[in-house]
Design a protein around this ligand. Structure first.
Ligand SMILES: O=C([O-])CC(=O)C(=O)O
Ligand SMILES: [Mg+2]
Length: 207
């Protein structure tokens, strides 16, 4: 990860989503296979045909260092779009993380590989290789449209997306939010309460 993406990853999904005006949430449970990882990068997308991973094989030669690989199907189902062999190719290509709106398999080997992966399911049911899907097209994951090149962030909280055109603006807002939260954290560590700092106690007194 480099520059703005490194900073977005460090700020984290919750802060960036809030700073974006509560937009961009990938509103679905994704399992983080490698605990403690957080990544961000421009989306490289494979839109697979239903239950078929042809497009995942196809996308690998175009993955560039620092990218987040996004793998989706028309209807998410527990079919393994990737396992350790495909993910080895993503790692060698320099992907910083992978979002799988389907299932992943070979999980022990993937953990050993050390490439951070977030997936809807862990299930070994195999994908077909019969239908070319599409690469470098928009997909929708958890109700959120993801365009090629949008910033995709993933951490222990899940995932969010920042449109490429909003990255600078959202980064400024997210830094400000993180700074405000750092101040608040110190005050709470020193025994103050959000009930007071948010003016709720005072409001209650008035009601
Ligand atoms: O080959 C596949 O379809 C998925 C898989 O298990 C791997 O990438 O290792
Ligand atoms: Mg395998």
């Amino acid at each position: 990860m480099s520059g703005v993406y490194e900073e977005l990853a460090a700020l984290g999904v919750a802060t960036v989503y809030e700073a974006a005006g509560r937009q961009g949430l990938v509103d679905v449970e994704l399992e983080q296979l490698l605990a403690g990882t957080s990544v961000a990068g421009p989306a490289r997308i494979a839109a697979c045909a239903q239950d078929d991973n042809w497009a995942v094989h196809q996308v690998m030669p175009s993955v560039r260092p620092g990218e987040v690989l996004v793998l989706a199907m028309p209807e998410p189902r527990p079919v393994a779009l990737v396992g350790d062999l495909l993910l080895t190719q993503a790692k060698v290509a320099g992907a910083v993380g992978v979002m799988v709106d389907a299932s992943v398999r070979d999980v022990d080997a993937v953990r050993h590989l050390g490439l951070p992966v977030w997936a809807r399911w862990r299930r070994v049911r195999g994908a077909a290789k019969d239908s070319p899907g599409e690469v470098d097209v928009a997909v929708t994951v958890g109700g959120q449209r993801i365009e090629p090149g949008d910033a995709v962030l993933m951490d222990a909280d899940g995932a969010c997306v920042v449109p490429a055109a909003r990255i600078d603006e959202v980064l400024v807002a997210a830094r400000a939010r993180a700074a405000r939260e750092a101040t608040l954290r110190t005050r709470y560590e020193n025994g103050e309460f959000s009930y007071d700092l948010n003016g709720l106690r005072e409001k209650e007194g008035r009601s």
